[in-house]
Design a protein around this ligand. Structure first.
Ligand code: ATP
Length: 134
C-alpha cells in the first residue's frame, strides 16, 4: 500500500508525524481526501476532524483551523490547536460548550457572539471526536 508522510504541527509543537495511506480533513471549502501522489496545494482548514487512515486503523485529530499543505508526497497541517482523540479532556470540552451556550443565550450587547460561536464549535468538535467521529 502506498503511503504519504503526514506532519501535524501547532504553535505548541508537533502532534503527529508518520506515514499514512489516506488523510481527510475539513477545509473551509468542504471535506478533502488526500491519497499518496496528490498534486501540491494549500487549503485553509475549518474547525473539524483530521482523519489519518492506515489499514483498518483511523486516528482522529481535532483541529481548530489552520492550513493544510500538500507537497511532494508529504502533507503538512499547520493547526491553531490539535489534539489526538485520546488527549481530549471531555470534562473541559463539556465545560467550554456550556460556557459558550450560556454566552450565546445572553441578550447583553457586550457578548462577542462570533467568539462564543467559535468556542462552541471547538467544544462540539472535540466531543464528537471523542465519540469516534460523529
Ligand atoms: P477552553 O475554554 O477549555 O480553553 P478553547 O476552545 O478556548 O477551550 P483553545 O483556545 O482552542 O481552547 O485551546 C487552548 C489550548 O488548550 C490548546 O493547546 C488546545 O490543544 C488545548 N485544549 C483546549 N481544550 C482542550 C480539551 N478539551 N482537551 C485537551 N486539550 C484542550
Amino acid at each position: 500500500m502506498k503511503t504519504v508522510q503526514v506532519n501535524v504541527v501547532t504553535p505548541d509543537g508537533p502532534v503527529f508525524d508518520a506515514e499514512v495511506e489516506m488523510v481527510s480533513a475539513k477545509a473551509e471549502s468542504g471535506e478533502l481526501g488526500i491519497l499518496p501522489g496528490h498534486i501540491p496545494m494549500v487549503a485553509p482548514l475549518a474547525i473539524g476532524a483530521v482523519r489519518l487512515k492506515n489499514g483498518k486503523e483511523t486516528e482522529l485529530i481535532a483541529v481548530s483551523g489552520g492550513f493544510l499543505e500538500v507537497g511532494a508526497n508529504m502533507v503538512t497541517i499547520l493547526a491553531q490547536t490539535a489534539e489526538k482523540s485520546d488527549e481530549i479532556d471531555v470534562m473541559r470540552a463539556k465545560a467550554a460548550k456550556e460556557r459558550a451556550e450560556r454566552r450565546l443565550s445572553q441578550k447583553e450587547e457586550d457578548v462577542d457572539f462570533r467568539r462564543a460561536e467559535l468556542a462552541l464549535q471547538r467544544a462540539i468538535n472535540r466531543l464528537n471526536i471523542k465519540n469516534n467521529g460523529f
